[in-house]
Design a protein around this ligand. Structure first.
Ligand code: UDP
Length: 248
């Protein structure tokens, strides 16, 4: 196994089925360190996204170029463990929430982009109740008309937020972020369905399901239309076993 850095910003990139993912001792510290170094893109990688990235070059390129790729799913953690790399799973929703709290405490400017219009309205209300000092400089839903996007993007770029959370679904949130964040300060992060959960529209799987690593089953019950996408999970496991990405 590679030597482990003792640097506080300790981050080492490994590969799962050819897709990069970082091991860090403290993911929150790594994210805040990224902000201090001038910002960048954070990707939250799970098994489904790994398989999508293998088939979608734009997503693969966005992940490869990201500054921090965190192991968001149990499948990715398992695949890393087979290589002798032990990492703690870091759900993106938890890191994003920790960053919002940090943003409130440190006067960061925050932008939220994505989710349905009514979800965004509810989210703004809830967040400002829970984090009353949060400096929310932009909060726009993700179902804008095509002609509204360029103006929204210009507004976002001119605000130069410290934290931009993007809920547009995979792979759009990653490719959109990759296109926009270059040269911008701040942390840009795709957060999938987090806005729906924070707004109270969807529930996260109960703790016991996460522990048993069957969160996917809960998601399937909540959103049965995802069944086809979820076929990528056994395909991911099969590929990992077949390729035998093992401890060197
Ligand atoms: N979303 C959006 N605009 C779109 C498509 C999706 O704002 O054109 C939002 C959707 O409402 C949800 C979030 O993106 O809040 C994540 O969607 P999904 O759960 O499908 O994402 P994934 O599982 O791919 O992360």
């Amino acid at each position: 196994m590679d030597a482990v850095s003792t640097d506080p910003c300790d981050q080492h990139r490994y590969r799962v089925l050819g897709v990069g993912v970082d091991a860090c001792r403290d993911v929150r510290a790594a994210a805040i360190g990224l902000h201090a170094r001038g910002g960048g893109q954070i990707v939250t990688l799970n098994a489904e996204m790994t398989m999508t990235a293998r088939a979608n070059p734009a997503l693969g390129a966005a992940i490869a170029a990201a500054d921090l790729v965190i192991p968001d799913g149990a499948g990715v953690v398992w695949a890393l463990r087979r290589q002798g790399v032990r990492v703690r799973r870091t759900p993106g929703i938890e890191l994003a929430r920790a960053l919002l709290s940090y943003a409130e405490a440190h006067g960061w400017n925050v932008a939220l982009i994505g989710a349905a219009p009514e979800v965004m309205e509810q989210l703004k209300r809830r967040l400002l109740e829970e984090l009353p000092s949060l400096r929310l400089v932009l909060a726009e839903h993700g179902y804008q008309a095509a002609e509204a996007w360029p103006q929204l993007e210009q507004r976002l770029l001119s605000l130069k937020p410290d934290l931009v959370l993007v809920a547009l679904g995979v792979p759009r949130q990653e490719t959109w972020t990759q296109r926009l964040h270059a040269g911008q300060p701040g942390i840009w992060m795709g957060v999938g369905g987090s806005f729906d959960v924070w707004a109270g529209v969807k529930q996260r799987a109960p703790e016991w399901m996460s522990r048993l690593q069957v969160e996917w089953a809960y998601r399937l019950i909540q959103e049965p239309s995802r069944w086809r996408r979820m076929l990528s999970l056994p395909a991911f496991a099969w590929q990992v076993l077949r390729r035998g990405e093992r401890r060197r």
